[in-house]
Design a protein around this ligand. Structure first.
Ligand SMILES: C[S@@+](CC[C@H](N)C(=O)[O-])C[C@H]1O[C@@H](n2cnc3c(N)ncnc32)[C@H](O)[C@@H]1O
Length: 230
């Protein structure tokens, strides 16, 4: 698949504003996402670089790919801020998407980080295959993603996805079965928790999230893996 153009001026402004006021629950999730990560990390769709401050001393290098030019500038600034803190890994912030990750990156990473990004890609299965391929055998996918739910909130998610939500939020789809796609891509989940970032009574479509670590298994993707998951 050729790389989609990612050019979302309004979403970038909104996301950047939101990231400067990030709810404590989301920040806590980022800490848990990266806790214990080691080695070379590939972060795809890094946004403003909101994860950068949370990489620990075991991480040697973070290659952060971000296709939206405005967000990429902010990610570069976040990398510089993190570097000033002293203990940070080396950061490389580059243009790119899941769809155009360079072939020389195949098998080159110990960890791939996906946070709040699988909701925005055109094909979740293809994105996860790309992530799988960039990991060394046994490498980790660390994920912190919106997920589809059922019940009344599931209805709200479907309605949001069918109307304004993707246009307002840079292509984000709230009713995606991201965890099923992770399993289907051939990852073995070793740590997983379901989290809510808003109170359960609140009809916030992005509240249900999944946070965890999944290892690249030896078997590869399930033979039935095909087609996008919406
Ligand atoms: C909601 S933001 C999340 C940013 C960041 N990961 C975070 O946790 O704050 C979604 C990001 O995915 C990026 N994105 C959109 N389509 C993408 C694609 N096909 N491949 C990689 N990143 C993509 C967007 O530019 C945006 O930065």
């Amino acid at each position: 698949m050729s790389a989609p153009a990612v050019d979302h001026p309004r979403f970038s402004a909104v996301w950047s504003w939101l990231m400067r006021r990030e709810p404590a629950a989301l920040t806590q999730g980022r800490r848990m996402l990266l806790d214990g990560a080691t080695g070379r990390v590939l972060e795809v769709g890094a946004g403003t670089g909101a994860n950068f401050a949370h990489y620990g001393p075991g991480v040697t290098e973070v290659v952060a790919v971000e296709p939206e030019a405005r967000l990429r500038l902010e990610a570069r600034a976040a990398a510089q801020d993190a570097a000033r803190s002293g203990a940070a890994p080396r950061f490389v912030v580059a243009d790119g998407t899941f769809e155009d990750l360079p072939p020389e990156a195949v098998g080159a990473f110990d960890v791939v980080v996906c946070s709040l990004v699988l909701c925005s890609v055109p094909d979740v299965d293809a994105a996860l295959r790309a992530a799988y391929d960039r990991l060394r055998p046994g490498g980790e996918l660390r994920y912190y993603e919106h997920v589809a739910t059922d019940g009344a909130l599931g209805v709200v998610q479907r309605a949001a996805d069918a109307t304004v939500w993707p246009r307002a939020f840079g292509g984000c789809h709230t009713h995606r079965h991201a965890v099923a796609a992770i399993d289907r891509a051939g990852f073995e989940r070793v740590r997983h928790r379901d989290v809510q970032v808003a109170p359960r009574w609140a009809p916030v479509p992005v509240s249900p999230m999944a946070l965890g670590v999944a290892r690249r298994g030896d078997a590869g993707p399930a033979p039935s893996a095909a087609g996008p998951v919406v």
